[in-house]
Design a protein around this ligand. Structure first.
Ligand code: E4P
Length: 218
């Protein structure tokens, strides 16, 4: 499974790259708005692409298909690694079909049902992005959605990759990995939680204390 970082913060992206687990980055209008100088979003996205050297998702904000296509081309001009995120609405589907036909990589975002994922894949989206945390906020079990989408895509050998988003915990990462998701995009906090285990910390502490008793150097 590939790991993407769900942030537009360069320091967080550099740290994840240093951990050796960074395959890509997802941004959205909210994440970009949190960055100082977020109005210079093109500069930020270019810097992110230079660090990641892999897919970096940037989202359109128009609501009509023509506007989405125009913005998508503008965003795609920033760097070869930009993937265009398009909300999975009627006009978004039209834009995905048009852009995919022209060879641009698109990601259908804000996916909350298997039928939305099926249509996005059929229209040629390179990725579908189910938001499992927001589903769970609304009392639906998020992993069920991922299981269904993976099953459907397997049935038809769709090349569209399932990128699970809106992830809030390590347990969700494990569940969607078991379900066969291609990619998970996580906030930095979840990577920290995945790394940390109290028994690992305690084990390191004890080993270091015992080594000090030995008084030797490696
Ligand atoms: C994914 O691409 C989105 O940017 C993100 O995962 C949304 O997460 P949230 O529900 O925590 O805002």
């Amino acid at each position: 499974m590939k790991f993407f970082l769900d942030t537009a913060n360069l320091d967080e992206i550099r740290e994840a790259a240093a951990l050796g687990v960074l395959d890509g980055v997802t941004t959205n209008p909210t994440l970009l708005s949190k960055q100082v100088g977020g109005d210079d979003f093109k500069k930020i996205l270019k810097q992110v692409c230079d660090v990641v050297k892999g897919p970096v998702c940037a989202e359109v904000v128009s609501e009509d298909a023509e506007g989405m296509v125009r913005e998508a081309k503008e965003l795609a001009g920033i760097d070869e690694h930009i993937v265009i995120k398009i909300p999975m609405v009627r006009n978004g589907l039209k834009a995905i079909g048009k852009l995919s036909g022209e060879g641009l990589a698109t990601a259908a975002t804000l996916v909350f049902s298997p039928s939305q994922a099926l249509l996005a894949a059929r229209a040629g989206a390179a990725y579908v992005i189910p938001f499992i945390g927001r589903l769970e906020d609304a009392s639906h079990y998020g992993t069920d959605l991922v299981v269904d989408i993976v099953d459907i895509f397997d049935n038809y050998d769709f090349e569209t990759e399932v990128m699970v988003a809106s992830v809030r915990s390590p347990l969700q990462v494990v569940e969607v990995a078991m379900a066969g998701a291609d990619i998970v995009t996580v906030p930095p906090k979840v990577i920290d939680q995945m790394i940390t285990h109290p028994m690992t910390e305690a084990g390191v502490k004890r080993f270091l204390e015992d080594w000090q008793k030995l008084g030797a150097k490696i």
